[in-house]
Write a protein that binds this ligand. Structure first.
Ligand SMILES: *[C@@H]1O[C@H](CO)[C@@H](O)[C@H](O)[C@H]1NC(C)=O
Ligand SMILES: *[C@@H]1O[C@H](CO)[C@@H](O)[C@H](O)[C@H]1NC(C)=O
Ligand SMILES: *[C@@H]1O[C@H](CO)[C@@H](O)[C@H](O)[C@H]1NC(C)=O
Ligand SMILES: *[C@@H]1O[C@H](CO)[C@@H](O)[C@H](O)[C@H]1NC(C)=O
Ligand SMILES: *[C@@H]1O[C@H](CO)[C@@H](O)[C@H](O)[C@H]1NC(C)=O
Length: 172
């Protein structure tokens, strides 16, 4: 609400740099259609692959809609009881920090009109070469791959902190 333009630009630039650095993706729900009624977000979700450290972001009219993270029951029945998170800025970035299935719904009734999305987040893929090496030999050199994952994990943590801080300050 009291977001200042320079702070917003700074956080947007920081996000961009961090996302580029870690190779993480920001999955914009509904792409250019955003988070709105009358969509089939299963089709949208089926068309992308989610990895730990990626972001999912929701863009919508904050006076009409919002976002709740729920469990499968909440997703199936459009109920927000026991929700583990809620967002309402109209431009919400949510870090997918675990390999599991996430469920998000709109808590203002839009869920009954399709505003629900479920995404399965995968562990980071191992580079093909080290996967092959692991399969065919126990002496394959997988050190670079290990360093890569650790580096990405650390940067993912930094991204999480920036996001947390940014949300706390109302930047994003
Ligand atoms: C959305 O698309 C999926 C995959 O094709 C389909 O199974 C599902 O029934 C559709 N949902 C609605 C509400 O049309
Ligand atoms: C699936 O993703 C591709 C590449 O991002 C895009 O061009 C295509 O329009 C998407 N299809 C659907 C059904 O969203
Ligand atoms: C979900 O909704 C269905 C039908 O409305 C109902 O039969 C079922 O008991 C509900 N499940 C839960 C866990 O509330
Ligand atoms: C989802 O949360 C509700 C409320 O806490 C609970 O009653 C329900 O059993 C949960 N469903 C699942 C599939 O965990
Ligand atoms: C939304 O989340 C906040 C904490 O972030 C919590 O205090 C509040 O009760 C939640 N609202 C609902 C309706 O669950």
């Amino acid at each position: 609400m009291s977001t200042s333009a320079p702070a917003f630009l700074l956080s947007a630039a920081a996000l961009f740099l961090l996302l580029s650095a870690v190779g993480a993706t920001d999955h914009i729900v509904g792409a250019n259609k955003g988070w709105n009624p009358g969509m089939n977000y299963t089709l949208w979700a089926n068309n992308q692959t989610f990895y730990v450290g990626d972001l999912i972001s929701f863009r919508y009219q904050k006076t009409q809609y919002n976002v709740f993270q729920v469990n499968q029951t909440g997703y199936d029945n459009c109920t927000t009881e026991g929700a583990t998170g809620n967002w309402s800025s109209g431009k919400d970035f949510i870090l997918l920090d675990k390999a599991k299935r996430y469920y998000f719904i709109c808590g203002t009734g839009g869920c009954f009109n399709g505003m629900k999305v479920s995404v399965l987040v995968h562990h980071l893929p191992s580079p093909p070469r080290s996967a092959l090496a692991a399969e065919h030999s126990s002496t394959g050199s997988s050190a670079p791959a290990a360093v890569g994952s650790v580096g990405r994990g650390v940067l993912g943590g930094v991204l999480g902190v920036v996001l947390f801080f940014g949300l706390g300050c109302g930047w994003i």
